[in-house]
Design a protein around this ligand. Structure first.
Ligand code: FES
Length: 160
């Protein structure tokens, strides 16, 4: 089966990447099916993921608290973050599961304050923390265009 570049979900192309030049990054054989790999361009860390739907390139940064997803686990299109077990669908850009400590759930709602097991639920006391929780938005993935040429993965990286 021929490996392809997974199309970017609508509206999720990284700023400047749509008009950036493609750069040779790594050999396709260096990112086998089902694996993750970090590649770095200056101070930009990009995650290459070899999903069943093709190669994906996104920021190597968890939408929750910025952990490197390249250290996580890839199951189909879903990457699990190594820090708090957040799970994200790299093929659609959607959240599968946010951790209990922050961010919006996949349906866009904010979940209740986390409470240790066996304890009474914590009250969501009005104030700056409650407001911050209400205003917190999941930073959806931003994608970089990918193409495969002669067994090499090329990525369009915006340069200043
Ligand atoms: S940093 Fe990824 S789930 Fe928290």
């Amino acid at each position: 089966m021929t490996t392809v570049a997974r199309p970017i979900p609508a509206g999720l192309t990284a700023i400047g990447a749509g008009s950036a030049a493609f750069e040779d990054v790594v050999g396709l054989d260096e990112v086998p099916a089902g694996t993750l790999r970090r590649v770095t361009f200056g101070d930009l860390d990009v995650l290459l993921a070899h999903t069943p739907d093709g190669i994906v390139a996104v920021d190597d940064r968890c939408p929750h608290m910025s952990a490197p997803l390249s250290l996580g686990e890839l199951d189909g299109c879903v990457v699990q973050c190594p820090l708090h077990e957040g799970r994200f669908d790299l093929c659609s850009g959607d959240v599968v599961q946010m951790p209990t400590t922050g961010g919006l759930d996949a349906d866009g709602r904010s979940h209740p304050v986390w409470t240790p097991g066996g304890k009474e639920p914590k009250a969501d006391v009005p104030g700056k923390k409650a407001e911050a929780r209400r205003l917190t938005r999941v930073r959806r993935f931003r994608y970089y265009p990918v193409r495969i040429r002669d067994g090499r993965i090329e990525v369009a990286i915006p340069r200043a």
